[in-house]
Design a protein around this ligand. Structure first.
Ligand SMILES: *Cc1c(COP(=O)(O)O)cnc(C)c1O
Length: 415
C-alpha cells in the first residue's frame, strides 16, 4: 500500500506488521548468505543476543549519559576494549553511528588540531584514490581541500606521490586498512611517518578491517602493520556494524590520546539552552546500537571473533581460488583478507553482465569502477554457500560471454 497523504486513521498492529513483512519481499536475502556486504551475519546466537539487547535499549537516549549512565559506561567500556585490541594504551574515543560519521569526525578533528597547533587556515587532506568517499564528504562539509594521489601497481596508496602533496597546509593524511574498493592494507607506517613529519594527523580507516586484522594476526595470517603501534597514527575508525557483527548504527573512532580527542567534541553555551556538548554529529542518538554492540562483543569475545574470522577468511580464500580458476575473470590486486574485487581480462566479457547473471540467480553484489568490477565483502554468513556461488559465477560468465554490454555500474540510486 502506498500512502499519498498522512494516514487518516490508525490500523491494528498486526495489519501494520504484516504490511512491513510484505514490503520486505524483494529485499536482499542476507539470512541465506546471498549478500556480499551490507549485512554481516554472525549466526543465530549472535543475532539472538543482539535482538535481546536491542529490545532492552529501544527507547533509551544516548544524548544525555547522566540520565542514562549505563550508556556512558557501555561507550567507555567498548572504546577501552577496542583501544586494547588496536594497541593504543593511551587511546580514547567515542562511539558513532557508522563509518561515515567516524570519518567525518576524524576530518573535523584533524582540521581543529591543525588550526590549534599550527595555525593552518587553509587545511588540506592528502589521500589515495582507494580511500573511501566519506573523506571527500568530510572535506566538502568542513571546508578542506583534497589532494588525491593514484595507487601504485600493487593498488595500495602511492607514498611517494603522497609525499609530494604533503606540506605546511596538510591537516590530515589518510591510510586504509583494508581499503573498500580492493581490500588491501596501505603502507601505514610510512604514511603515518609522513604525516608526523609536518605535524599533521594520520587517520587509519579500519572501518572494514578493524574487526578482522587483529584476529587474523592472532590466527597467524598476513599481519601488515596498521594500528597504533605505528608512530604517527592519530586516529583509527572501525565499524562494529560490519565485521563486528553488531546491528547497524555503530562504529568507533579512537584518538591516540585524550588530549587529541578533545578536537572531536563540540561545546557551546551562547544560546538560551545552556551548556550543550556533543562528541558526535548527531544530537539525540540511539542507545540501541551501542547496547547491541556491547552485547555482541561481550558474547563473542576474542575466541568468538577468531572463529568468525577463520570462517570469513576460509570463505574468501576459496572464492579467490575459484575466481582465479575461471577463464576471463581476474582479481584486483592481491588481497589477503575479506574484501575482493573481480574484473575481467577478456575483451568482450562485460563483468557487469556477469553481475546481472548473479543477480538473476538471487545474489546481491555491489558494482564499482574504474575499472568495472564486482565488489565482494565476504563474511561468516557466506561460508555455507561458497560452492553454490562459484557454480553460479561460472554459469554467469558463460552466459555473459559475448553478451552485449548492458549492465549498469551504478552503486546506488536515490529515490
Ligand atoms: C564501509 C566503509 C566506510 C563507511 O562506513 P559506513 O558505515 O558505510 O558509513 C568507510 N571506509 C571503509 C573502508 C568502509 O569499508
Amino acid at each position: 500500500m502506498t500512502y499519498r497523504s498522512f494516514p487518516a486513521t490508525g490500523r491494528p498492529a498486526a495489519d501494520v506488521l504484516a504490511d512491513l513483512v510484505g514490503k520486505q519481499a524483494r529485499d536482499a536475502r542476507w539470512a541465506e548468505g546471498r549478500t556480499f556486504g551490507l549485512v554481516f551475519d554472525g549466526g543465530d546466537e549472535v543475532r539472538a543476543v543482539a535482538d535481546e539487547a536491542a529490545s532492552l535499549y529501544l527507547h533509551e537516549s544516548a544524548l544525555n549519559t547522566q540520565a542514562f549512565p549505563s550508556l556512558g559506561a557501555i561507550q567507555s567500556e567498548l572504546c577501552g576494549w577496542v583501544s586494547g585490541l588496536f594497541h593504543g594504551p593511551e587511546a580514547a574515543g567515542f562511539l558513532t553511528s557508522g563509518g561515515t560519521e567516524s570519518i567525518l569526525l576524524a576530518v573535523k578533528a584533524a582540521r581543529e588540531r591543525a588550526l590549534d597547533e599550527r595555525d593552518v587556515t587553509r587545511p588540506e587532506v592528502v589521500l589515495a584514490k582507494s580511500a573511501h568517499a566519506a573523506f571527500h564528504k568530510g572535506a566538502h562539509l568542513f571546508g578542506l581541500a583534497v589532494r588525491s594521489v593514484p595507487v601504485t601497481d600493487d593498488l595500495t596508496a602511492d607514498v611517494d606521490a603522497m609525499a609530494a602533496e604533503v606540506g605546511p597546509n596538510t591537516a590530515l593524511v589518510v591510510a586504509s586498512a583494508v581499503d573498500y574498493p580492493t581490500g588491501l592494507v596501505d603502507p601505514v607506517p610510512e604514511i603515518a611517518a609522513l604525516a608526523a613529519s609536518v605535524g599533521a594527523s594520520c587517520h587509519v580507516d579500519a572501518c572494514m578491517g578493524g574487526f578482522v586484522l587483529p584476529f587474523a594476526e592472532m590466527e597467524g595470517r598476513a599481519a601488515p602493520a596498521w594500528d597504533f603501534r605505528s608512530e604517527g597514527v592519530t586516529t583509527i575508525s572501525a565499524d562494529i556494524h560490519k565485521l563486528g557483527y553488531a546491528p547497524k548504527g555503530v562504529s568507533v573512532l579512537l584518538h591516540a590520546s585524550r588530549e587529541l580527542r578533545r578536537h572531536q567534541t563540540f561545546v557551546f553555551d551562547d544560546w538560551l539552552g545552556g551548556l550543550y556538548a556533543t562528541p558526535n554529529l548527531q544530537g539525540t542518538r540511539a542507545g540501541l546500537p551501542m547496547a547491541a554492540a556491547w552485547a555482541v562483543i561481550s558474547h563473542l569475545g576474542t575466541d568468538g571473533y577468531r572463529r568468525l574470522v577463520r570462517a570469513t577468511l576460509d570463505a574468501a580464500d576459496r572464492i579467490r581460488d575459484g575466481v582465479r580458476a575461471i577463464d576471463g575473470l581476474v582479481l584486483r590486486g592481491d588481497p589477503a583478507h575479506q574484501v575482493l574485487a573481480i574484473t575481467s581480462d577478456e575483451p568482450g566479457l562485460d563483468v557487469f553482465a556477469v553481475g546481472d547473471g548473479l543477480a538473476a540467480r538471487g545474489w546481491y553484489i555491489d558494482r564499482q569502477y574504474p575499472p568495472d568490477s564486482l565488489h565482494l565483502t565476504v563474511s561468516n554468513g557466506n561460508l555455507p554457500v561458497v560452492d553454490e556461488f562459484l557454480g553460479d559465477l561460472a554459469a554467469s560468465v558463460l552466459e555473459a560471454r559475448g553478451a552485449a554490454p548492458g549492465g549498469s555500474g551504478q552503486y546506488a540510486t536515490i529515490d
